[in-house]
Design a protein. Sequence first.
Length: 321
Amino acid sequence: MGKIAFLFSGQGSQYPGMAKDLYENVKEVHDFFGVAEAIRPGTIIQMFKGTDEELKKTENTQPCLFLADIAGALALESAGIHPDAVAGFSLGEVVGLAVSGALTKSEAFRLVCKRAGFMQKASEEVKGSMIAVIGMDKEELISQCRKSKVYPVNFNCPGQIVVSGEVGNMDKFKEKLKKSEVRFIELSVGGSFHTPYMKEAAESLKEELKASGNYKLTATDKPLYANKTASPYPKETDEMIDILSDQIQNSVRWEDTLINMAESGVDTFIECGPGRTLSGFVKRTVKGAKIYNISDLSSLEKITSELGTNEELQAKEQTYA
């Protein structure tokens, strides 16, 4: 048995009612949702009964999705399954900070609320959109992006790269793709994330982290892979702050992250949060990996029945040693 990684999903996977039955059935989830509700009143009802349009708004998406993501981790750990490594996609990286021990859960939730506000403001100043381009050669896509004044932002897996930019430029870019018969998928997000349009948001987040006494970033208890570098977070606080804030205006190197995790011995990936997007990326990137998703009680039960707890797995390994 190799190592287990928890993966945390990002914006675009949200839907009304996410994590509701975990909240109702897992004490650890219920308790932390109560803590989060005290920090940002109205979040729980927004998660469970908000409209698609309401949840698409960045200032709402990020706090709600943070809770949906961390609910999966809390449920797994309450069942005795713990990660050896952690990675989160975009906002999911903030969840990873809490699960890896770099921040407390409360600190991470406060931070994601601030992050959402900064990114919402940037999104309102420059209206943008994002698409996932399917099957296009990587270097050719990067070249076409430069010519069209848009940005390749998420390197998800072999054959899929997300492009983002200002709406007018994106519309022209999509027309080019259609003429070339290149397939693409519109993403349910509200801004040009991971582009230079997020520079002000990145700077605001950096100032927040450095100036506020609300966050005590410490070296992680277990490896947390950064979107910007595809490698584990550094141990120095100033370097952690730089990587965390710069992430907003830099590409997400997800394919490289998965490869690096696999090379470190991870062979079991559990996606925490709504949807199965990250599971699909793992399947296309890491051949032979064991892949699970936890978003509700039934998926939790499936994982625990198939994997057992970390203690049970270790006992099996000792038996066969």
